[in-house]
Design a protein. Structure first.
Length: 277
């Protein structure tokens, strides 16, 4: 059986569309943390640079010099794959573009897997900055306590602080006037205009459907500065289409080599949220 012609332009088009799907519909967290691309080998490091100090000196005395520490954090890469076979004869019977649909399906799955790798790093035992008990959020004071904890840890509120919460917690937040009422936040950021991300208390808040759980009812929310975690990429998301004669099918596949690690646990707070409390 002759191999069906998989036109290069056709593949390029769907690879481009799938990459957009990966970025827009798959990973929500990738662009919120530090990223290192072009990694060679199975691991890399992110440097944590110590703080400089300030002191006085006597006239003609020596300037006080800080011996800056460097604490490398290792990030190990994982090779990740996803693929779907599309039977040649089945494709003739389907009334839609199966290759395009499966390309987007795989891209979304790879994006969600990226977020899973990142949240695993957030949830690592290396993150000792776990505060708060499992409870619902019914008042602004719960969020203010997180803001205070980050501020006391010298985390800069520079537009790069994020709050990723489970959907049930997002629902609780919408019942808090200070979060959703235009009298507090203005007309440009009210929830009923379809907003699924917003700025509040110096943090960018957004819901996520696949956060880790602790037990059957306790989901985990994370509050972090972009510098707290690192995402290392050896090979970025790539889509391919190949004809497999022995299966009389087109294999639509994607692969990516990457990993995530905790860099600074003082800038990442994990809070349990109980949707049944």
């Amino acid at each position: 059986m002759a191999a069906p012609d998989i036109d290069d332009a056709f593949v390029t088009q769907f690879e481009s569309e799938a990459h957009i799907e990966y970025q827009q519909m798959g990973s929500k967290l990738r662009n919120t943390i530090r990223t290192k691309t072009g990694v060679v080998g199975s691991s890399t490091t992110f440097q944590v640079i110590g703080n400089a100090t300030v002191g006085s000196k006597s006239r003609e005395g020596d300037i006080p010099v800080t011996h800056i520490s460097h604490d490398p954090k290792t990030c190990t890469l994982q090779d990740r794959y996803s693929g779907v076979y599309i039977d040649k004869l089945d494709e003739l019977k389907i009334q839609h573009d199966e290759r395009g649909a499966q390309s987007k399906n795989i891209a979304a799955a790879m994006g969600k897997d990226t977020d899973s790798i990142i949240t695993t790093a957030m949830d690592t035992s290396a993150n000792s900055n776990n505060v708060g008990s499992a409870a619902t959020w019914t008042a602004a004071s719960s969020a203010i306590a997180i803001m205070e904890a980050l501020g006391n840890a010298s985390v800069p509120f520079d537009g790069n602080v994020y709050a990723v919460v489970p959907w049930a917690q997002w629902g609780d937040l919408l019942d808090i006037d200070e979060f959703s009422n235009s009298d507090y936040i203005g007309q440009t950021n009210i929830w009923y205009e379809g907003v699924t991300a917003k700025d509040w208390l110096g943090m960018k808040w957004f819901p996520h459907e696949n956060l880790p759980e602790d037990g059957s009812s306790d989901a985990k929310a994370f509050f972090y500065h972009s510098s707290a975690l690192g995402h290392a990429i050896g090979a970025d998301f790539s889509l391919a289409m190949d004809w497999v004669p022995t299966k009389a099918s087109t294999l639509v596949s994607a692969n990516m080599s990457h990993g995530a690690c905790m860099i600074d646990d003082t800038a990442c707070i994990e809070v349990l949220y109980n949707s049944t409390a």
